[in-house]
Ligand binder design. Structure first.
Ligand SMILES: [Zn+2]
Length: 244
């Protein structure tokens, strides 16, 4: 029983229920990017796994170590390619990995397929009010090698949200500790704080997770320790601030 209790306490700490007031909901203007809240944000978004029992547990780092070739499938992409290519260039810059469009050509690994689906088909599949975009990632020991994204043709603005998932940032910015003061594309659609594209907080999350010092499969505390050092030594470019 003692072991179980220790595990429970550890799980509660990981869930944020025992977290300090740093991320408590608070009205007011968007909070300026600061390292303490940023590390907590990265911990919750990328280094935490929520089980079917609802309890959050430490997770290992999940990320790509190779470039991603993006294959477009499904409906008509005409009119959407410029925006998509801008996103691919942004992700390339922040991850340091080439993320480019290319036909699938039978590759086994190193690719993401994005499938554009008629919205009616998405509703049939997920139900009214269900997910409009969905991402699946596949890897080995935290080393991601393949991904698939389904996008409703009525909601192409979800692509940067889904790209966070493609990159191994699995969670959503919601629940008791969510606060509109930290804007993120990972907040659920319609919630305060949800941005249309990547926020400064999202950018730094990607930059931290994709620093070469953070390896796939690295445990949460080890990854956070590397990230804390990167921030303390100003080893990463900082966002100059963008509209949210
Ligand atoms: Zn999502």
């Amino acid at each position: 029983m003692m072991i179980a209790r220790r595990r429970l306490l550890a799980a509660l700490a990981a869930s944020g229920l025992l977290a300090g007031p740093a991320l408590a909901a608070r009205p007011g203007a968007p909070r300026a990017l600061n390292d303490m809240d940023l590390l907590r944000f990265v911990e919750l978004m990328a280094l935490t796994r929520q089980g079917r029992d609802g309890i959050r547990r430490p997770a290992w780092a999940r990320r790509w170590t190779q470039g991603i070739e993006v294959d477009l499938a499904g409906g008509d992409w005409t009119g959407h390619l410029d925006a998509l290519d801008r996103t691919l260039r942004t992700v390339t810059q922040w991850t340091g990995l080439p993320v480019t469009r290319a036909p699938l050509a039978g590759r086994r690994h190193g690719h993401l397929t994005i499938r554009l689906l008629p919205h009616d088909d998405v509703v049939t599949q997920n139900g009214a009010g269900g997910a409009v975009c969905t991402t699946w990632t596949f890897g080995n020991g935290g080393d991601l090698h393949t991904a698939h994204m389904d996008v409703s043709d009525a909601f192409l603005d979800c692509i940067e949200h889904e790209f966070m998932h493609v990159l191994g940032i699995d969670n959503h910015w919601n629940g008791a500790i969510a606060t509109p003061a930290i804007p993120s594309v990972l907040a659920p659609r319609g919630r305060p704080g949800r941005t249309i594209g990547f926020s400064d907080w999202d950018e730094m999350t990607i930059r931290l997770l994709y620093h070469p010092g953070v390896r796939p499969g690295m445990g949460r505390q080890a990854a956070l320790s590397v990230m804390r050092r990167l921030l303390a030594t100003n080893a990463l470019p900082r966002p100059t601030g963008r509209a949210t």
